[in-house]
Write a protein that binds this ligand. Structure first.
Ligand code: NAD
Ligand code: UGA
Length: 446
C-alpha cells in the first residue's frame, strides 16, 4: 500500500520504517529540513536499536523515502498518518496546535481527483480529537474530497520500538466507517497481530487509559517500596510475588525513581484534564502523579541524609536518558536530579551510554562534568547514583570502582545492581525499598 507519515520523529520514523519493512511504500514527511537532509544521507536523527539497518535497507529497496514536501506525499499516498508532537500546556491540557496545523496542510493538499483517502491519527490525543480533524479537513479542503479520519494509537516503547512495532501485542483501529476499517486492516495484515476494531472515540481513549494504567502500576509499586523500606521487606521480592499472578503480571513493577519520558507524564496529565472537562474526574491519577514526584525528592533526601551537606560533594550520576536503550532525555528523572544536585552546589559528573549529546543540550548552563565512561565518571566520587536502568551499569567492575572512588557509597535509584556484587567489593548499597536476604551482607543496605 502507499502510505505517508507526517512527522518523522521517534514514532513516525520507526513506524514508517517498519511499514516499509513489511512491503508498503512509505513517504516520511517532516518540516525539519536538516532532519530530512540527514536522513536522505543515511544519518540517523535518533538512537533506537535495530533502526538504522532497517532504514538503510528499505531506502535502498526503494520502499522508504524522506521529504519535506507534504503536498507530494498526500498526492501519492492512499493513507496519511499523522505522528506530530502533542505536548502538554501549563494546565495539563494537550497542545493540539501541531495536529491542527498538519490537518490544515493535508486539507489544502487534497484534491477531489485523488479519490478516497484515509487520514490516521497516530499521535496521542484526547478523546474526540478525530472529530475536530474531520472538521478541519471539511473546512479547508478545496472541493468535495472523499476522506475518513481514523484513530490508530501507537504503543511502542522507546528502546524497543522496532521489536514492539514488528510484534505488537495488539493493534487498535478506531474507525466510524467500514471502508476505512477494511483498508486499515490491510495495512496491518502482514504483522500477524490481533486487531482491536473499535469506534474512533474508544480508540483515542484506549491510548490515554493504557498509558495512565501503566503509570499507575509504577506508582503503586513505588508506594509499596516506601512501605517495604519502613517494614524491612524487599520490594523486588514483593513485586515478584505479586507479578506471578497472571491477573497482575510482572511487567511495569520495577520500583525506582519514578516514570519520566515524553509520554507518561504528559499523558497522565492529559487524561486527568480531559476527564475533568468531561465531568468524570480521575482523582486516582492525581495521586499517581504525587507519588511519582515524591520518588525523586525522597531519594535525594536520603542522599542528603548520608552526605549531610551536598555543596562541593563529588557526585557521579550514571544515566542521563529517561530509560535504558535510548538517547531521549525528555522529562528524564536523571536530568531533573542532576539539575537539583547542581542547584545545591554539588560537583556532578555524568555518563550515559547513548545520551551524552542530548544530555549536554538538556543540561546546558549546568556545571556538569560529562565523562566518556562510567569509571572516569566515578573518579573521586563521594557517592555514585544510578539514575537510569542501563544494563551496562549492572555489569560494572565494582572492585575496580572501589579503588577509584573517594567514598564507597552507591545509591541505586533503579534497583538495578546486584547487591551482593556491590557489597562484596566493599561498597555501601542503598536502593529503593530493597533488603538483603542474607543478614551477614545486610550491613549498609537501606
Ligand atoms: P517527536 O518530537 O520525536 O517527532 C515529531 C516530529 O514531527 C518532529 O520530527 C517534528 O519536526 C515533526 N513535525 C512537527 N510539526 C510538523 C509539521 N507541521 N509537518 C511535518 N512534520 C512536523 O515526537 P514523538 O515522540 O514521535 O511523538 C509523536 C506523537 O506520538 C506524540 O503524540 C506522542 O505522544 C505519541 N507517541 C510517542 C511515543 C514515543 O515513545 N515517543 C510512543 C507512542 C506514541
Ligand atoms: C511508554 C509506554 O510503555 C508505551 O507503550 C507507549 O507507547 C509510550 O509510553 C508512549 O505513549 O509514548 P516509553 O515512555 O517509551 O513507553 O518507555 P517505558 O518503558 O514505558 O518507560 C517509561 C518510564 O517509566 C521510564 O522512565 C522508566 O524508567 C519508567 N519505568 C518503567 C519504571 O520506573 N518502572 C517500570 O517498571 C517500568
Amino acid at each position: 500500500m502507499k502510505l505517508a507519515i507526517i512527522g518523522t520523529g521517534y514514532v513516525g520514523l520507526t513506524t514508517g520504517t517498519c511499514f516499509a519493512e513489511v512491503g508498503h511504500h512509505v513517504i516520511c514527511v517532516d518540516n525539519n529540513v536538516s532532519k530530512v537532509e540527514a536522513l536522505k544521507k543515511g544519518k540517523m536523527p535518533i538512537y533506537e536499536p535495530e533502526l538504522e539497518e532497517l532504514i538503510l535497507s528499505n531506502v535502498s529497496a526503494g520502499r522508504l523515502h524522506f521529504t519535506t514536501d507534504l503536498n507530494e506525499a498526500v498526492a501519492k499516498s492512499d493513507i496519511i498518518f499523522i505522528a506530530v508532537p502533542t505536548p502538554p500546556h501549563e494546565d495539563g491540557s494537550v497542545d493540539l496546535s501541531y495536529i491542527e496545523a498538519v490537518s490544515q496542510e493535508i486539507a489544502q493538499a487534497l484534491k477531489p481527483e485523488f479519490g478516497y483517502r484515509i487520514i490516521v491519527d497516530k499521535s496521542t490525543v484526547p478523546v474526540s480529537t478525530g472529530g475536530k480533524v474531520s472538521q478541519v479537513i471539511e473546512r479547508y479542503a478545496q472541493g468535495a474530497v472523499d476522506v475518513d479520519v481514523v484513530s490508530n494509537p501507537e504503543f511502542l516503547r522507546e528502546g524497543s520500538a522496532v521489536k514492539d512495532l514488528m510484534h505488537p501485542d495488539r493493534v487498535v483501529i478506531g474507525a466510524d466507517s467500514q471502508r476505512a476499517m477494511d483498508m486499515m486492516k490491510r495495512v496491518y495484515q502482514p504483522f500477524d497481530a490481533p486487531i482491536v476494531e473499535v469506534d474512533l472515540a474508544s480508540a483515542e481513549l484506549i491510548k490515554h487509559a493504557a498509558n495512565s494504567f501503566l503509570a499507575l502500576k509504577i506508582s503503586y509499586i513505588n508506594a509499596v517500596s516506601a512501605v517495604c523500606e519502613k517494614a524491612g521487606a524487599d520490594v523486588n521480592l514483593v513485586a515478584k510475588g505479586i507479578g506471578m499472578d497472571k491477573r497482575i503480571s510482572a511487567h511495569f513493577l520495577n520500583a525506582g525513581l519514578g516514570y519520566g519520558g515524553s509520554c507518561f507524564p504528559k499523558d497522565v496529565k492529559g487524561f486527568i484534564h480531559i476527564a475533568d472537562q468531561l465531568g468524570a474526574p480521575l482523582n486516582l491519577l492525581k495521586e499517581v502523579e504525587t507519588i511519582n514526584a515524591h520518588q525523586m525528592t525522597h531519594f535525594l533526601d536520603r542522599v542528603r541524609e548520608k552526605l549531610w551537606v551536598l555543596r562541593n560533594k563529588k557526585i557521579a550520576v550514571w544515566g542521563i536518558a529517561f530509560k535504558q536503550n535510548t538517547d531521549d532525555v525528555r522529562e528524564s528523572v536523571a536530568v531533573k536530579m542532576i539539575k537539583a544536585l547542581c542547584d545545591e552546589g554539588a560537583e556532578v559528573s555524568a555518563y550515559d551510554p547513548k545520551a551524552m549529546e542530548t544530555g549536554a543540550a538538556a543540561l546546558e548552563g549546568y556545571p556538569v562534568r560529562f565523562c566518556p565512561d562510567l569509571y572516569s565518571c566515578a573518579q573521586d566520587a563521594e557517592v555514585i547514583i544510578v539514575a537510569t536502568e542501563w544494563k551496562e551499569f549492572a555489569m560494572a567492575d565494582f572492585q575496580r570502582l572501589r579503588k577509584l572512588v573517594r567514598l564507597p557509597i552507591i545509591f541505586d535509584g533503579r534497583n538495578l545492581l546486584n547487591p551482593d556484587n556491590v557489597l562484596y567489593a566493599g561498597f555501601e548499597y542503598h536502593s529503593v525499598g530493597r533488603r538483603s536476604l542474607y543478614p551477614e551482607t545486610a550491613e549498609g543496605l537501606a
